[in-house]
Design a protein around this ligand. Sequence first.
Ligand code: MG
Length: 451
Amino acid sequence: MQRLLILLASLIVVHSSFSAQPNVVIIFADDLGYGDLSCYGSPTIHTPNLDRMADEGLRFTDFYSAAEVCTPSRAALLTGRYPIRSGMCGSRRVLFPNSEGGLPKDEVTIADALKGKGYATMQIGKWHLGIHDGSRPLDQGFEHQYGLPYSNDMDARPGLPKGSTGSPTPPEDGWNVALSRDGEVIEKPTVQTTLTKRYTEEAVKFITEKKDKPFFLYFAHTFPHVPLFASPAFKGKSRGGIFGDSVEELDWSVGQVMNALKKNGIAENTLVFFTSDNGPWLIMGNQGGSAGLLKDGKGSTWEGGMRVPGIAWMPGRIKPGVAHELANAMDLFATSLALGGAKSPDVPVDGVDLSPLLFESKPLPQRPFFYYRGDQLFACRIGEWKAHFRTQTGYGQPKADSHVPPLLFHLGLDPSEKRDVAKDHPDVIAQIEEAVKAHQSNLVPGNPQLQ
Ligand code: MG
């Protein structure tokens, strides 16, 4: 009898998960490390809203950004594809204000796919996927946009004092980066102090206005990427200095989004996913965040460069808990399309639909995860095992070290990648090499966009 009741209850849960087109909200922090939230072990940064999201949702211990730096990571999140496929990676690492490339128009983004299924779509915050015709938010499936075209440290004004980027009190007018709405510049230079607050107001407004139709909100915060700013309500409040202040304001913002969904009665029909575009920017010192027990940070294919916080929230639909499953940002593409009932594009897609894990607590299929630095494959993980073919610190090491045989780490026993056990496990290395060969054998690199 009890087993029958459990079976019936699970059928009801499965059925209700797919009863309508749920809304999708992706909240993307910039350069937030694995160790920068209370619920991921930060002793100095207080993040009660994200902690609540984790308590009520599914917190991933092994969630990855799809690249080690900003532009490729964002391209992969929105297209579900390793950035090598779209050409959104290379030796220049990210797009700069003088770059001529951008996300190719023919790439299908989450916004393109969900707009095609009747979703309202909006991008708030940092874009960094191109400023030219074809690559901008409104060209890539977003009906509305509010935010910055690239990083807040780009387009520095002439004569800016050296070291301003990593200063705890950067000049307000130091960077000429423009704030735009629906593609039209509305403020230049952008007043960065109130940026998180204003992004949040836009997000709450969009949610409230669109509550009666399905919507997709891609909310990509500017912070905690340096230069760091926080509004007066948060400045000077955190034990973690200005970095902590900016993360705590971001945490407040997440709380506002969750409250808006609850107030409008749509929290149970909205998947909210919080993550970061890459690890902490360690060369910024006290302004650079923390990867916790993981090695290195932004720019590197050591764990600290790409393993990031990942929290899924959908009250009543996602069973609260902690997931040790290997998942990554490209999965949000496949998951969003599945929720919206959109067909996957007719191109190779690297993400998988996380719905079985999120809504039915089913394990995901085992698959390899590839760590790229620019357009070079540096490492691969299968299960608990990670092999490094090449290694290089995120910044400051001019040339990569090559490893034959590759370095091998067991991430369950050794998450900090301290003990190379390659010589004891040639069979594991052979399996990983086989997976890399299979991946590379049918890979068609896209036209390089970052030159
Ligand atoms: Mg970044």
